[in-house]
Design a protein. Structure first.
Length: 303
């Protein structure tokens, strides 16, 4: 698809990825594919894009990423994800991991940050600790949130110990591989290049928790830990979430059972990553995001 501005983009497929930085990430990272019955255009009226009386999308695929990748090993999964994002046409991607780091860390622009992460010698944990040391030295505190984290109420800052594996491996093994790819537009960092060529995929940062908050839905007590079956409270919360999600997405009874039975809630998060990112993207003031002094360096959560 060739477009001179974001509003001209045509989208036929929305894909959500609940990303994981675990060594066997293919087991807990999920991918959800939402198909639109007709091409989606941002130039269309909002009422037409986000009609809530009948589902706008159909959930056509929902599975752990290890399945299409042919294995659960993180390197294999991330290579598959890069290849698919680069080759998919007329597709919008919402991926649940931080795309950038706070300005206060003084790691340069986005390309500079990607280079810094890619060249770091050490593990994700060591990378996170190095960022904490930098923050303590510069600000006298251990952590600082990006502007978009504060605005969208993400659960953690982007180098918190609960999220650093996603940040490290997502930036290092996914974004760094796609940043210069002619078929991919990574937003908000690449708004200025939107009219300079062809792009097959638009890729943005998603956050299921922020989407749930935006929709006024419960954002806790739907995830079970330790691989145990969901308890009554988790099932009850998931039913509440799905009731609203079903206004936007047609979900078959089979995939609804998959969502209800998945222990960690990762299947539901993949759906929320795609849908939430698209809802945020379609309502966004793209000119304001592009000209914002921090978003183009830190990132922006579309939710």
């Amino acid at each position: 698809m060739r477009f001179g501005r974001i509003a001209d983009a045509t989208i036929r497929t929305v894909i959500g990825v609940d990303f994981s930085g675990a060594a066997q990430s293919g087991k807990t990272a999920w991918i959800a594919e939402l198909s639109a019955p007709e091409p989606l255009r941002l130039a269309a009226p909002a009422s037409a894009r986000l009609a809530s009386r009948s589902p706008r999308f159909r959930l056509v695929s929902l599975q752990p990423l290890g399945r299409p990748a042919g294995g659960d090993d993180r390197d294999r999964v991330n290579r598959y994800l890069v290849d698919r994002i680069a080759s998919q046409s007329e597709t919008f991607w919402g991926c649940d991991f931080p795309f950038g780091l706070p300005i206060e860390l003084a790691l340069g622009d986005w390309q500079g940050q990607l280079s810094y992460v890619s060249e770091f010698v050490g593990s994700a944990k060591e990378f996170g600790l190095s960022l904490v040391e930098t923050t303590e030295r510069v600000l006298g505190t251990k952590h600082v949130r990006r502007t978009t984290d504060r605005e969208t109420q993400t659960p953690f800052d982007c180098y918190h110990y609960r999220i650093i594996y996603q940040t490290y491996h997502g930036m290092r093994e996914v974004l760094a591989e796609l940043a210069d790819h002619p078929n991919v537009l990574v937003l908000p960092f690449q708004y200025p290049t939107a009219g300079r060529g062809t792009a097959s995929s638009i890729l943005v940062e998603a956050c299921p928790s922020s989407t749930l908050k935006r929709l006024g839905l419960p954002h806790q007590r739907y995830k079970q830990s330790g691989g145990k079956p969901p308890e009554a409270v988790h099932r009850r919360t998931r039913r509440t979430i799905l009731k609203t999600v079903s206004n936007y997405v047609d979900i078959s009874s089979h995939r609804r059972r998959v969502i209800m039975q998945d222990p960690g809630g990762d299947a539901l998060d993949a759906v929320l990553a795609g849908l939430g990112a698209w809802l945020g993207f379609s309502r966004a003031d793209h000119a304001a995001i592009e000209s914002h002094p921090r978003y183009a360096r830190e990132g922006f959560v579309y939710c």
